[in-house]
Write a protein that binds this ligand. Structure first.
Ligand code: UD1
Ligand code: MG
Length: 449
């Protein structure tokens, strides 16, 4: 197998994003664009990864460490063109690999199979391969000058002749190079052009002048959509959502109205899961086989066990772990809580920083009072317990296995197993009291008409 070095250019300023955050850290499907690119590179079999970042891009370097700890980062101190950026990773290039692929950190939709397709011409002897596409408006892109499928040159907008500007096949930006000659090619690139930049794209003509060939691999526009603005970020999001929904459907889930379901790049959905309309999955969610997520639920950082039913209108927050067959109903919020198999929390409740044992029923309007203004405290409820409606559990507190808590209780002390706890004012009935009240209050008033 040919070894692969992927160099990701992530030095972009992204001024059109109007953001304090570096562009490549903006997220699609709740994952930074740069992490998508690194992920694709790894899945394409990159044995080495290099990321070129701008000066003062500590946050970008931190993201690289998190998404791909094995990647080396290189700083391009000055922006002097795409070839100059690639050469910032000279040390990685000099280590010697079979194939070198250059990707952009702001082009997050490229799939591993596209990287593989781009490399294919190298195995057949090409020195350079370029990913081509046909944008609706080619303005600003490098035009691919070809002859009978053979790539002759890439002409940047500013250098292109009138005839070359008519070419609709454009450079998407991704390029692959024969690793044995890449440094030689790039060291020959000059900045004698309209932008006074070292163009990576010049490598095509340089390779041909040295008697080597160059190839184009054409892909769909969606694959290479680049992000320069918030509007393009939203477009990339919608393209990726279409793909993620298709993946869930192919995996055996039913999405009643797929276009209304929003997934994260890392959402894991099992077979025979049913997802009703208008459900949002934040990062870190796993839904096991046969579970149902009913309409208008918001789920993040949660594990939903097999056959569980969530919603409608439920909110699962990070650390919610629902066992098999758990029911979490409408207007229920679960956070950092373990619900063992068979637990039911069906209505209007907040269960946070808690564990609930198997088959326990948590009545409507139950609240775990977990926060005292300074710290969070835990509530522990055993198995087969029954928490009456409108109970307040003031943590830290525990309810034993099989215990009952009377409706409307404020529980501040631990409840032993199989006990009944009632923590509410005793009811007093005063016969005839209402009649006497009405007589007193209506004295001297005209009778009601
Ligand atoms: C580049 C290509 C063009 C292609 C287009 C696709 C060149 C010379 N031109 O043009 O053929 O159609 O991309 O979008 O390569 N970068 C750095 N350091 C630099 C310059 C650029 O890291 O000094 C990074 C940018 O952050 C960006 C990428 O390289 O991610 C492309 O740079 P950009 O200036 O956008 O190039 P284009 O003019 O769009
Ligand atoms: Mg650009």
């Amino acid at each position: 197998m040919r070894s692969l070095l992927v160099i990701v250019l992530a030095a972009g300023e992204g001024t059109r994003m109007r953001s304090t955050k570096p562009k490549v850290l903006h997220a699609v499907a709740n994952r930074p664009m740069l992490a998508h690119v690194l992920d694709a590179a790894l899945h394409a079999g990159a044995s080495r990864l290099a990321v070129v970042i701008g000066p003062d891009h500590d946050a970008v370097a931190a993201q690289v460490r998190q998404a791909a700890p094995q990647a080396a980062t290189f700083v391009q101190a000055e922006r002097r063109g795409t070839a100059h950026a690639v050469l910032a990773a000279r040390q990685a290039l000099a280590e010697g690999v079979d194939d070198v692929v250059v990707m952009y950190g702001d082009t997050p939709l490229v799939r591993p199979e596209t990287i593989a397709a781009l490399r294919a011409p190298l195995a057949e002897g090409a020195a350079v391969a370029v990913l081509g596409f046909r944008p609706a408006d080619p303005f600003g892109y490098g035009r691919l000058v070809t002859d009978k499928g053979e790539l002759l040159a890439i002409r940047e907008e500013k250098e292109a002749s009138e005839a070359e500007r008519q070419i609709t096949l454009c450079n998407a930006g991704l390029m692959a190079f024969d690793g044995r000659v890449v440094l030689d090619l790039l060291d020959r690139v000059s900045d004698a052009n309209a932008k006074k930049e070292f163009y990576l794209t010049d490598a095509v003509e340089i390779a041909r002048a040295l008697g080597r060939s160059a190839a184009v691999v054409e892909v769909a526009v969606e694959e290479v959509a680049g992000v320069n603005s918030r509007a393009q970020l939203a477009e990339a999001e919608s393209i990726l959502q279409v793909r993620l929904r298709a993946r869930a459907l192919e995996g055996g889930a039913t999405l009643v109205a797929p276009e209304t379901v929003f997934l994260s790049a890392d959402t894991v959905i099992g077979r025979d899961v049913v997802i009703e309309p208008n459900v949002v999955f934040g990062p870190g969610v796993t839904v096991e086989d046969g579970a149902t997520i009913r309409a208008f639920s918001h789920v993040e950082g949660a594990h939903v066990g097999a056959g569980a039913i969530v919603g409608p209108f439920a909110r699962l927050r990070p650390g919610a772990v629902l066992g098999q067959g758990v029911h979490v109903g409408n207007f229920v919020e679960i956070k950092a809580a373990d619900l063992a198999p068979g637990v039911k929390v069906n209505h209007l409740s907040y269960v946070g920083d808690a564990s609930v044992g198997a088959n326990t029923n948590v009545g409507a309007g139950t609240i775990t009072c977990n926060y005292d203004g300074f710290r969070k405290h835990r509530t522990t409820i055993g198995a087969n317990a029954f928490i009456g409606t409108n109970t307040l559990l003031v943590a830290p507190v525990s309810v034993g296995d099989g215990a009952y808590v009377g409706t409307g209780s404020v529980i501040t002390e631990n409840v032993p197993e199989d006990a009944l706890a009632i923590g509410r004012a005793r009811q007093v009935n005063k016969p005839g009291w209402a009649v006497r009240l009405r007589e007193r209050l209506s004295a001297g008033l005209a009778p009601k008409k």
